[in-house]
Design a protein around this ligand. Structure first.
Ligand code: HPA
Length: 271
């Protein structure tokens, strides 16, 4: 694991420029955001010894380093999902590579189903906390002590101070932002109506198939995390209609402008 991370770090250092202090992992609907960085440099995953490459069509499978608002940013274009068959400790590689390069703050976004009945498709939700029902954990296996403790605290995975500042900033800038708990299931199936009723009872506001492996890994190694879910659909059993990937993509496309405005605000004013 450490060899793969070190190989990635040296490839990324070789493309030059300042060390990034900000990391980005962007979900459905925002994958192209990395294209808006200035002075972009690329490192393909395929050129890093041992690095996994996602087979999902359209994934670019590369790191992008560039500048935004004068700050150096590293983004992953092509995210790995647990449901694709990767063990969760492989999902930790990107975040640990970022850590070794000097990243201090990470923005993670995703598309999610709305569990909270006050939400609607298009709602932007700041993640306050999570419930990991994925069945996996990225920290299982030998602990890499240079990154963090064997039994890490998870009381503040989604940094409290950054959340409070972001809520104020969103308000000042007229961006509506809910705040709630994200629950991860493994996927790739959408959940059953009974699972969604359970999710609501145990305190979840949104449900999805990503993000938690990355945010747990970041918290383990001391990176401050901000997580944003775009609610693309109401979760199973709430409306009398089946769920589909098309609906998720459609809502993501319709909401892309507001989502981008929020990401811009985070990079310009919060980070
Ligand atoms: N469930 C799980 N993942 C999702 C959903 C959902 O309803 N919508 C978008 N990603």
């Amino acid at each position: 694991m450490l060899e793969i991370i070190n190989a990635a770090v040296s490839k990324l250092k070789a493309v030059g420029g300042e060390s990034p202090r900000i990391g980005l992992i962007l979900g459905s609907g925002l994958g192209d955001y990395a294209e808006t960085l200035d002075n972009k440099r690329f490192v393909n995953y395929a050129d890093i010894e041992g690095y996994p490459v996602s087979e999902v069509h359209g994934h670019k499978n590369r790191f992008v380093v560039g500048e935004k608002y004068g700050k150096t940013v590293i983004a992953m274009q092509g995210r790995f999902h647990y449901y694709e068959g990767y063990p969760q400790n492989l999902l930790a590689l990107g975040v640990r590579t970022m850590k070794k390069l000097g990243v201090e703050k990470l923005l993670v976004t995703n598309a999610a189903g709305g569990v909270n009945l006050d939400y609607k498709p298009g709602t932007l939700m700041l993640i306050s906390d999570h419930i990991n029902l994925s069945g996996g954990n990225p920290l299982i296996g030998k602990n890499l002590d240079e990154f963090g403790l064997r039994f890490p605290d998870q009381s503040n995975v989604y940094d409290k101070e950054l959340r409070s500042r972001l809520k104020a900033l969103a308000g000042e800038n007229g961006i509506e932002l809910a705040e709630g708990v994200y629950l991860m299931m493994s996927g790739p199936c959408y959940e059953t109506p009974a699972e969604i009723r359970m999710a609501r009872i145990i305190g979840a506001d949104a449900v999805g198939m990503s993000t938690i492996p990355e945010t747990m890994t970041a918290s383990h190694c001391g990176i401050k995390v901000v997580g944003i879910s775009l609610i693309t659909n109401m979760a199973a059993g709430i409306l009398d209609q089946p769920l589909s990937h098309e609906e998720v993509n459609e809502t993501a496309a319709i909401s892309a402008k507001r989502f981008t405005a929020l990401v811009n605000l985070i990079l310009e004013k919060l980070f």
